[in-house]
Design a binder for this molecule. Structure first.
Ligand code: NAD
Ligand code: DAU
Length: 365
């Protein structure tokens, strides 16, 4: 396979940063350009280890700026787009949907159009657009419903999910109308390093360490299918390398948990970590286990999210059968290593939460 020249949008975000590290480690001959506008969720610090690598370049730009994207495609002769950039947090979409329509719908249109205008017109697999999407486009499952398959009807319920559904339809249309080589992956809930502490798992970890309550929405019985971000990156890689053009692939962990059971697991892991390492009590004096109490005592049931989807679950048979992909990181191991990462990277999460990583970045580059 000839070397690729990748454009990774949203590469300073959680999954995009993990994917950029994953791709650079596994594809030493490829050029990798990250385009990211650095919203509150984008942290150049997450890519710090690559700054000295000649194969890698970071460009701060907005995906809605079609001319800037076109110029970059031309200048770098990029042949593969991996499109992560998005507004990604459901709660924010409930409070401010406009930004989600702008970035997720208009931004995806802009990316597609820039590629249509810059790439050769014939539908060649060498020029390829991979769109990273979500299982939330399918809506919500009842407890006994079968898991989401790729042929399930779209029923997005939140402004976030609706904006991602719109972006998926645009990707499909650019293949059908213009013959662009495209693939889409729809993935379940990710967790792992570099996740902004507004999503359930890192929020609970950071709240535990800083002695805050753990807000569990509603009755805590909503179900999510959790996948370690490294497995998601491997799944996307399989689709880019071997996926059929114009196909969508669901990616999941076959790993369903109610929120409350998950939060209890995290609390138990936290108590274990404090029991095993006496330094933690000194570093995080406000955490309950530092004061001889159990972490689970800080769980608080709070008002439910508006329109809260009850259950998501992925049927991963298509990507397993066609591309041989299966998640490989067990949940107990993945949660433990994620907690260890947040314990080891306190300066990262403190800086991204208060925005001071921008000053840090300004000093570095
Ligand atoms: P994130 O919020 O952590 O990161 C998003 C990144 O996009 C940030 O770096 C941000 O600066 C950048 N960005 C936002 N608006 C931009 C714009 N207008 N121009 C350029 N860059 C912009 O998101 P994430 O959790 O890493 O999700 C990445 C993608 O994966 C999203 O498309 C999301 O819908 C999808 N997804 C996420 C999950 C999950 O569990 N997090 C699961 C399935 C799919
Ligand atoms: O399913 C894939 C999606 O997973 C992605 O497309 C989204 O980008 C990603 O944010 C995620 O969406 P969720 O809404 O499922 O993730 P979140 O971490 O916000 O919430 C997970 C569950 O935990 C959900 O049922 C709401 C609940 N929750 C969340 C927060 C932040 C709480 O109970 N308390 C909280 O404080």
């Amino acid at each position: 396979m000839a070397a690729r020249r990748l454009l990774i949008t949203g590469g300073a975000g959680f999954i995009g940063a993990n994917f950029t590290h994953h791709w650079c480690a596994r594809h030493p001959d490829d050029r990798v350009v990250v385009l990211d506008s650095l919203t509150y969720a984008g942290n150049r610090a997450s890519l710090e280890a690559l700054e000295a690598d000649d194969r890698y370049r970071f460009v701060q730009a907005d995906i809605v700026d079609t001319d800037a994207v076109r110029a970059l495609l031309r200048e770098e002769d990029l042949d593969t787009v991996v499109h992560f950039a998005a507004e990604s947090h459901v709660d924010r979409s409930i409070h401010g949907p406009a930004e989600f329509v702008r970035t997720n719908v208009v931004g995806t249109w802009s990316m597609l159009d820039a590629c249509r205008l810059e790439w050769p017109t014939e539908s060649e697999r060498r020029y390829h657009f991979h769109h990273v999407s979500t299982d939330e486009v399918y809506g919500s499952l009842a407890p006994d419903d079968p898991a989401f398959r790729e042929d399930r009807q779209y029923e997005p319920n939140s402004p976030y999910a609706a904006s991602k559904a719109g972006s998926d339809h645009l990707v499909r249309a650019y293949h059908h109308t213009y013959g662009m080589s495209v693939t889409t992956s729809n993935c379940s809930n990710n967790y792992g390093p570099y996740q902004f502490p507004e999503k359930l798992i890192p929020l609970m970890i950071v709240n535990l360490l800083t002695g805050k309550d753990l807000p569990v929405y509603g009755d805590g019985r909503n179900v999510r299918d959790w996948l370690h971000v490294q497995d998601h990156c491997a799944g996307i890689e399989a689709v880019i390398e071997r996926g059929r053009v114009d196909q969508t692939y669901n990616i999941g962990g076959d790993n369903e948990w109610t929120n409350i059971d998950l939060v209890h697991q995290l609390c138990a892991l936290m108590d274990e970590a404090f029991a095993a390492d006496s330094d933690l009590a000194a570093r995080f004096a406000d955490a309950l286990p530092a004061r001889g109490q159990q972490s689970a005592e800080s769980i608080k049931f709070v008002k439910d999210r508006l329109g809260h989807d009850r259950r998501y679950a992925i049927d991963g048979n298509k990507i397993a059968d066609e591309l041989g992909f299966k998640a490989s990181i067990g949940f107990a191991e993945g949660l433990r290593s994620t907690l260890a990462w947040y314990l080891d990277n306190e300066s990262w999460w403190r800086a991204v939460m208060d925005g001071s990583y921008r000053d840090w970045v300004a000093k570095q580059y």
